[in-house]
Design a protein around this ligand. Structure first.
Ligand code: ATP
Ligand code: MG
Length: 650
């Protein structure tokens, strides 16, 4: 089937690779296929979910839609923190809320009752440094319980937070503080990553030097007081959290917030350029996050749930903090690296806490796959009943491995497509309802409508992913940049959201995400999705991870350069490169045969773990490397560039 879409065309024949594995039995508990039919009246569907939250006062209208501006649950008032804590009390006071483990092995746990105390104290501290309703607070913390306390404390007093991932540099932090106009920063003396102490306060000081509007810095002492010795406190500006906390006397009740009041600003990871401050409000966001936590992650109060995302990303906001706590589950939080002290750390944690629902990213799954089955096999993972993935398209090969090696071939996998901008999951199978297919995010969730469109706005089988009607947790804007909001998401078609991803739909209505529209290749007039070529490469037993980009080609216009990392124990060679090129040609067609296959020790990734194809494209084209502020390991780029020059013989 050919579409007339300019950036993405008919992508591939689907015969191969994507065949579903032998039927599997879901062990989830929400199994009710009727939910799709129930959601046909979609506004009523979202209202039903909204009613399951606690509201101080009811809304008058479900939705006012004046594209691209949506106002959900107008006049209703609620508090996000209240919904995560207070409404579970007093009955749930003794139930576990946070199960925390530091990288060095220190552990802390908090019941819902204790969480309430901690968050109220944190809120009191924020008030004591002058934070009030509407004031933005920047949070730059490692994955310690205080990161959750700080976010919920902000929500409690109606101060929007702007969480900045602790791996970001002082410059990135300063840009985000200034853009959000935050006057207060919450940070820590340090945190652990791969056995090293990250000197967060020192980074924060460097950032603060560039932030004229910053009045106060609240410094949390990380458990063992790591790096506290070297911490310099600027008198008048900097305060130790534990010292301020001593003078907090009273509890702090939750502010009733308007449904459309700002809950937070979150800057996107920047895979595609300058970070944008995505704005989320309270009522619609909490409604959709809660609904998807219940229906997709199937979370209940008796679940022990672990989402490995950092709170610095949207997944950490929606599915480490707001969703699972609203559902009353026990949330596992781990501070450090998955390979510290060894490559079995994640499975050790799953075993120790009896994790029942596990949610991670394809990039992590591909790393586990490369490290080998022996690590998960050494642990008892029978408590896991549901697996999830988010962040990138998952290669079918990785999906099948995840299902077998982690899920023991008994757990459903929910491949959830969504974005910082969508706030919550949008496309995903429902466990126990959907017969999933490896590599497909399946169908839009109940209450959500998407389409694949071409430039002219016509429905096609392969095209741009478009969201055709408003949804509760949609972004309400880009902080301080209305033109960019309109241009980025709403300028392609009238009143329809442009997601920036390409996708195709098969005859059964299953959606297959193909990657970002900007990454789509055009080889001799054929549109080829990066995802398809990468999945063909990963399918080869020698390959752990692959990224492909277009390179200029005198005849074809564009040729394909493939960067691959190999499975443990495998070595790159000219023979293997030739074999891989042939393998892609066999599985997709000669048109997709890469011009060059390059073996790299590692691929450049954003700090959220996504492959940065833009940089690989620059390398392959011999261009100067663009903005790398969001890159996790700049040295990887040097390594890849050197290998590429060698391979090119220059
Ligand atoms: P930036 O917008 O700054 O470039 P980003 O898009 O990487 O950064 P996120 O909002 O975290 O930041 O990621 C959303 C994107 O991740 C989606 O647009 C899509 O490209 C990809 N993605 C997320 N989940 C999936 C999934 N399940 N399948 C396919 N792609 C996914
Ligand atoms: Mg994006």
């Amino acid at each position: 089937m050919k579409s007339e879409c300019a950036a993405i065309d008919a992508l591939l024949d689907e015969r191969r690779r994507f065949a579903p594995p032998p039927g599997f039995v879901a062990r989830a508990r929400v199994a009710d296929p009727a939910v799709y039919a129930e959601a046909e009246d979609w506004e009523a569907y979202w209202e039903r979910w909204a009613r399951r939250l606690h509201w101080f006062s009811p809304w008058s209208t479900a939705l006012e839609w004046s594209p691209p501006d949506a106002r959900w649950f107008q006049e209703g008032t609620l508090n996000a923190c209240y919904n995560c804590i207070d409404r579970h009390l007093p009955e749930g006071a003794g139930r576990p809320a946070l199960l925390w483990e530091g990288e060095p092995g220190d552990r802390r746990r908090f019941t819902y009752g204790e969480l309430a105390t901690e968050v109220e104290r944190f809120a009191g501290v924020l008030k004591s440094v002058g934070v009030g309703r509407g004031d933005r607070v920047a949070i730059y913390l490692p994955m310690i319980p205080e990161a959750v306390f700080a976010m919920l404390a902000c929500a409690r007093i109606g101060a929007p937070h702007s969480v900045v991932f602790a791996g970001f540099s002082p410059d990135s932090l300063a840009d985000r503080i200034n853009d959000a106009g935050a006057e207060v920063l919450v940070t820590a003396d340090g945190g652990y990553r791969r056995g090293k102490v990250i000197a967060l306060k020192r980074n924060a000081d460097r950032a603060a030097a560039r932030c004229p509007g910053l009045r106060s810095v609240v410094v949390v002492r990380r458990g063992q007081g790591v790096g506290s010795d070297g911490v310099e406190m600027t008198v008048g500006r900097d305060h130790w959290y534990h010292e301020l906390a001593q003078s907090v006397r009273d509890g702090c009740s939750a502010e009733p917030m308007g449904a459309e009041d700002l809950l937070y600003i979150l800057y996107t990871s920047g895979t595609t350029g300058k970070p944008k401050g995505v704005v989320h409000t309270t009522g619609g966001y909490m409604t959709q996050v809660y609904a998807t936590t219940r229906t997709v992650l199937d979370l209940r109060q008796d679940d022990v749930y672990w989402c490995t995302a950092d709170v610095g990303w949207v997944t950490g906001h929606s599915y480490v903090v707001y969703g699972p706590l609203a559902a009353g589950a026990a949330v596992v939080i781990y501070e450090g690296a998955p390979d510290w002290p060894d490559r079995g750390r994640f499975w050790e944690i799953c075993e120790r806490y009896g994790v029942s629902v596990f949610y991670t990213a394809p990039t992590a799954i591909r790393a586990f796959m490369q490290w080998g089955d022996e690590w998960p096999a050494a642990r008892e993972l029978g408590s896991i009943r549901l697996l999830g993935t988010v962040g990138e398209p998952i290669n079918p090969e990785a999906w099948i491995w995840y299902r077998r090696a982690i899920g023991g071939d008994r757990c459903p996998i929910v491949d959830t497509w969504w974005q910082t901008e969508t706030g919550a999951m949008m496309i995903s199978p429902l466990p126990g309802v959907t017969h999933a297919r490896p590599g497909s995010a399946c169908r839009p969730l109940p209450g959500i409508d998407v389409d694949l469109l071409n430039d002219g706005g016509e429905s096609v089988k392969a095209g741009y992913l478009a969201i055709t009607r408003p949804w509760p947790s949609m972004l309400r804007g880009i902080w301080g940049d209305r033109p960019r909001f309109l241009e980025t998401y709403w300028s392609k078609w009238d009143g329809i959201y442009f997601a920036g991803d390409g996708a195709k739909v098969d005859d059964d209505g299953y959606l297959w995400l193909l990657g970002r529209v900007d990454d789509v290749l055009n080889v001799a007039g054929h549109r080829i999705g990066t995802m398809e070529v990468e999945s063909a490469l990963v399918e080869h037993e020698a390959v752990a991870e692959a990224a492909v980009v277009g390179v200029e080609h005198p005849v074809k216009g564009q040729g394909i350069a493939a960067f691959v990392t190999l499975m443990g124990g495998r070595e790159g060679s000219d023979e293997l490169a030739a074999e891989l090129r042939g393998h892609v040609a066999d599985s997709i067609g000669a048109i997709a045969r890469p011009e060059v296959v390059l073996f790299a020790a590692d691929l450049p990734k954003t700090r959220s773990g996504k492959i940065m194809r833009r940089l690989l494209g620059d390398i392959a084209a011999g261009r100067a490397i663009g903005d790398t502020t969001t890159l996790a390991e700049p040295a990887v780029v040097r390594g890849v560039r050197e290998r590429y020059r060698e391979a090119e013989g220059g």
